[in-house]
Design a binder for this molecule. Structure first.
Ligand code: HEC
Ligand code: HEC
Ligand code: HEC
Ligand code: HEC
Length: 417
């Protein structure tokens, strides 16, 4: 074992009956190097739980040599020489944590982790052979990290870029300057997305808007709605003729759904505060005539005359819009901090049960996360973590972790006190 390959140390407490001797341990300990330049290295001190299978920690150099022989006959064709894969979908194994590798090999064998390729690759190996293979691959220098910049997309920036096409009519940040064109700020993103879909499908009839959103796919709609949802709201900069106080009186029956001052509390009902008055008039007229179909609103506007509609529009246009409740999604770095709690600083796990992610192939990371999302690959921790990730998050994180510098660890058995 060369010193250079190891930079982290994990110390596992092992129960009485362990076959490590103090002498052997001090010999292993002499090999360990923890560079002072990396104080975070100690940030994830792990103590294996009693009952964890840590037999692989006791593998010696003869075991590793035997593991190498096995690997060369049964695994190199896919996992590459020295555990560095060159095949898409096939993970690097070099420098991976040995207890994790052992656990996974047993899981393939029992079928707990699906994968017919791997199941047949390990079908005829006994536990001793699995231990030796795990110890061998863990002892290797990790694959070099992926090069190039981390390709990270930010949904808010993407939304802003896509919304540039809307700015001419709806204003740069969704505050309209032209009568007849609605504000897009102060609206719940879910409402905005529903409205865009309604134009797209023709359920809401407007030829202009239908052509504007024809090429906007679902992912882009979400980002546009997110962008507008995060902008500081303001009243439309358009005229609002009509009698506000008359409008306020007429607005009493509307408050239950649209809020006391036009700020709706639910995504199903649009906010009206600060909206362009001409658009409000047109929308109410459209409900009345049935050009815009909505049974609730049709019933609400049926008794209203044109003067009252104009007054209602003037009243709502004068109200102060408020930002909808929108959580800014986490960027890759913020996600990574959450992943690092289990996978170690920059994906260099120092807990033997958790795989290192640093330097792993990005295509494999993406595939693994998809498998957890679909439930194909089962893990209590990962199914919870993966459900909340968008497709962009998965790509960003895979790109991020594949570019982190991987570091091997050496595991030392320490007898229980
Ligand atoms: C025919 C190609 C092939 C052969 C041969 C093969 N593997 Fe694999 N291995 C794969 C693929 C593909 C995956 C990813 C499967 C998945 O997503 O679960 C994988 C996954 C693994 C994993 C999981 C790694 C992780 O990070 O979770 C381990 C460990 C592993 N292989 C070890 C071995 C060992 C040891 C051998 C030799 C006994 C071997 N493999 C032989 C193709 C192969
Ligand atoms: C050429 C001018 C124009 C452009 C460009 C334009 N819109 Fe519109 N938009 C309108 C008009 C006019 C309406 C009102 C249509 C109606 O009465 O239903 C509207 C309505 C909307 C509404 C409904 C708002 C509400 O309160 O229900 C949404 C959402 C919307 N547009 C989104 C967009 C998005 C997203 C883009 C860019 C991809 C865009 N628009 C580009 C003119 C435009
Ligand atoms: C029972 C609940 C309810 C009540 C009461 C109600 N609305 Fe609505 N309103 C809605 C819903 C839901 C929509 C969205 C319908 C759609 O998708 O077209 C809507 C849409 C609107 C719109 C279109 C906004 C936009 O951005 O396109 C206007 C304007 C409006 N309502 C005004 C009023 C006025 C004025 C009153 C009172 C006279 C009123 N509403 C009463 C539920 C209600
Ligand atoms: C609560 C602990 C925990 C957190 C937080 C966590 N993971 Fe995991 N992760 C695990 C465990 C445990 C496994 C091994 C599960 C198994 O056996 O399949 C794993 C496995 C993985 C794998 C498969 C690695 C391989 O070599 O096959 C990937 C990829 C992964 N996690 C990515 C992530 C990402 C990305 C995040 C953050 C969004 C994350 N994890 C957060 C515990 C966690």
């Amino acid at each position: 074992m060369s010193k250079a390959g190891f930079s982290h140390v994990w110390i596992g407490r092992v129960t009485a009956g362990a076959r490590a001797s103090v002498l052997a341990m001090s010999m292993v300990a002499a090999e360990v190097v923890i560079p002072a330049s990396e104080p975070e290295a100690a940030a994830q001190p792990a103590t294996a739980q009693l009952g964890d299978d840590l037999s692989v920690v006791f593998a010696n150099s003869a075991d590793i040599a035997e593991g190498k022989g096995l690997a060369e006959s049964a695994c190199v064709s896919c996992h590459g020489a020295n555990g560095v894969s060159t095949a898409p979908g096939v993970p690097h194994l070099a420098g991976q944590r040995s207890p994790y590798l052992h656990l996974v090999l047993k899981a393939y064998q029992s079928g707990a982790r699906p994968g017919s390729t791997m199941k047949s690759a390990v079908a005829f190996l006994n536990n001793d052979a699995l231990i030796k293979l795990a110890a061998y691959y863990a002892s290797l220098d990790p694959a070099p990290r992926a090069t190039g910049n981390v390709t990270v997309s930010d949904p808010v920036e993407d939304g802003q870029a896509a919304a540039a096409a809307c700015a001419g009519c709806h204003g740069d940040t969704g505050i309209s300057k032209t009568a007849g064109f609605p504000n897009l700020i102060g609206l719940d993103p879910q409402y905005l997305v529903a409205a865009i879909k309604a134009y797209k499908s023709g359920q809401r009839k407007n030829d202009l808007m239908q052509s504007m959103v024809a090429s906007v796919n679902e992912s882009v709609m979400d980002k546009i709605a997110l962008f507008y949802g995060l902008q500081k709201p303001g009243r439309a900069q358009t005229p609002a003729p009509g009698d506000r106080s008359g409008g306020q009186a007429a607005a009493t029956p509307c408050a239950g759904c649209h809020g006391d001052d036009g700020v709706s509390g639910t995504s199903a009902t649009p906010s009206l505060a600060g909206q362009d008055a001409a658009y409000l008039v047109a929308a109410l007229a459209a409900y009345k005539q049935g050009a815009r179909r909505d049974e609730t609103m049709k019933g609400m506007v049926a008794p209203l005359d044109n003067a009252t509609i104009k007054n209602l529009a003037a009243y709502y246009a004068a109200q102060e819009p408020r930002p909808p409740t929108v959580r800014k999604p986490l960027v890759a770095q913020e996600w990574a901090q959450r992943c690092d709690r289990c996978h170690g600083v920059n994906g260099n796990s120092t807990d033997p049960r958790f795989p290192a992610l640093a330097g792993q192939r990005s295509d494999y990371i993406e595939q693994a996360v998809h498998d957890y999302q679909k439930g194909v690959r089962k893990s209590a921790e990962m199914s919870a973590m993966s459900q909340v990730l968008s497709e962009d998050d998965v790509k960003n994180l895979a790109s991020y972790y594949s570019r982190q510098t991987p570091r091997a660890v050496i595991l030392i058995a320490v007898p229980s006190r």
